[in-house]
Design a protein around this ligand. Structure first.
Ligand SMILES: C=C(O[C@@H]1C=C(C(=O)O)C=C[C@H]1O)C(=O)O
Length: 466
């Protein structure tokens, strides 16, 4: 297990582009010097037309965006990295420590105001990948008609006001990242898990399920995009956010994507989750004459014993892990069909009142740790599935299928599951990940096809073809 801590003095606009996820963490630094100071002010200047998408202009933007709302962060005043089984607890302790000495004037209040950390956590406690929390210097937040701007600094002489916050933001967005056009020389090549290896792993998973070792397993693979010119991350994020409006578009330090699955959201003592399991590729289902798309998806997904079984396993795993933290929990009695541009999913929304243990409800980060990994991305039982994933996939998932999102200083936050995404390993190399739930009766060829449907959002946003 390792951990590293580093601050940055962060004059507005002076930091280089954020390191890609695949690179080594910055050298450990003892602690940020001085006091973290900050201000959150109302921000009436967010444009009506595209909302937060207007701020996805730099490749190093930190973001969490859905339907024009969410958070966009610039620069960096502090970061924490860790790996191993304690990565969540270490990150939570560091985050609490950072707050305890901070001097913040929060004129707005509510989730996402005051200091915010964006984060991404490795799927596995065995992963070499560094989980991280990154605290931006400037943050723009938009939630319905509430918009705010936060400016943080370790500079004891900095004047904190709406005007200086605005100037700090202006300095960051002055320099806009270049766009790129698709190039015929761009290519998509097999990653660590070839198509054949993937199908073999699915078949082996089905055998173990039939032998009674477990009831569900999620098997994933990767493909690599080799780009002839550097990726234009901001452009990719804007495309994802504009197209996948029901998803949460994320960007944390080179981990980018648009996830349809909410692991856990905490807002004022209420926790919510969106559980997905059960998938139908929309591109393969053109001919269902006489039946509407929705009826067709409803019949094939909700009407399928196999899909419902897989879905129920995923819900049970979440509710079982969430239950100890709650006083009441509700979920749809029937899953609904979530329509995305690439696929339909069977979906269930869960919401729960959080228990106030000694006056303090659990934070979003604590809950993310408690519920990760759900059966939607690992399997059931968790330990058996986790060990089998390591044995069969033979790849380090890194941050794929781990929690990605943000937390504020009072524990509100949103942690999605890092799906339908990619890791920018270098400006011209991007690794995409996708996986499928395997149960008794799963067909390796069909699961392979489903991974292509799940790669599609990133493939298209990168301007590639299969
Ligand atoms: C594992 C992924 O997706 C998960 C698996 C699903 C399934 O098998 O039906 C559906 C949604 C997600 O919970 C992925 O997108 O990589």
């Amino acid at each position: 297990m390792t951990s590293a801590l580093s601050p940055s003095s962060g004059l507005p606009g002076t930091r280089p582009a954020a390191a890609a996820v695949g690179t080594a963490p910055e050298a450990a630094d003892p602690s940020p010097s001085g006091t973290l100071r900050g201000i959150t002010v109302e921000w009436p200047a967010v444009p009506d037309t595209q909302g937060l998408l207007e701020y996805l202009v730099r490749d190093d933007v930190l973001c969490w965006v859905r339907r024009e709302g969410g958070l966009a962060g610039f620069g960096e005043v502090a970061r924490f990295t860790a790996s191993g089984p304690d990565r969540f607890q270490q990150a939570a302790a560091w985050w609490r420590g950072l707050q305890s000495g901070a001097d913040i004037e929060n004129q707005v209040g509510g989730p996402g105001t005051g200091p915010v950390a964006f984060g991404s956590f490795a799927f596995s406690y065995t992963s070499a990948h560094q989980s991280r929390l990154v605290v931006p210097e400037v943050l723009v937040g938009l939630d319905g008609d509430r918009a705010w701007l936060t400016y943080l600094t370790y500079d004891g002489d900095a004047h904190l006001s709406a005007a200086t916050a605005e100037a700090a933001l202006a300095a960051w967005v002055e320099e806009i990242s270049v766009e790129r056009s698709p190039d015929p020389a761009d290519s998509l090549v097999p990653g660590q898990v070839s198509e054949q290896a993937y199908m073999d792993a699915v078949a082996a998973g089905v055998e173990r399920i039939q032998a009674g070792h477990l009831s569900k397993l999620v098997v994933a693979r990767d493909v690599v995009a080799n780009l002839s010119t550097p990726i234009a991350t901001a452009q990719v994020l804007r495309e994802l956010a504009a197209r996948y409006t029901d998803c949460w578009t994320y960007s944390v330090d080179g981990l980018i994507g648009s996830t349809p699955e909410m692991l856990i959201k905490v807002e004022n003592n209420v926790a919510r989750a969106r559980v997905l399991a059960g998938t139908l590729d929309r591109s393969r289902t053109q001919n269902h004459a006489g039946e509407s798309d929705t009826d067709y998806a409803q019949r094939v997904l909700a009407g399928s014993e196999k899909q419902r079984h897989e879905h129920q396993i995923a819900i049970d795993s979440l509710t079982r892990k969430l239950e100890p933290f709650t006083t009441a929990m509700t979920s749809h009695s029937e899953p609904f069909v979530l329509e995305l541009p690439n696929v339909w999913h069977l979906a269930s929304d869960v919401s729960a009142e959080l228990a106030q243990d000694g006056g303090q409800p659990p934070s979003s980060l604590e809950l993310a740790e408690a519920v990760h990994p759900t059966a939607a991305v690992c399997g059931t039982p968790t330990e058996v599935a986790g060990a089998l994933i390591r044995e069969l996939e033979q790849m380090d998932r890194g941050p794929y299928a781990g929690p990605v999102g943000w937390t504020d200083s009072v524990g509100n936050g949103e942690w999605g599951i890092a799906l339908r995404g990619a890791v920018v390993e270098s400006p011209q190399q991007v690794r995409l990940y996708a996986g499928c739930g395997v149960v008794d009766g799963s067909d390796p060829q069909a699961e392979l096809a489903e991974t292509w449907a799940k790669f599609r959002p990133m493939i298209e946003a990168l301007g590639l073809r299969r």
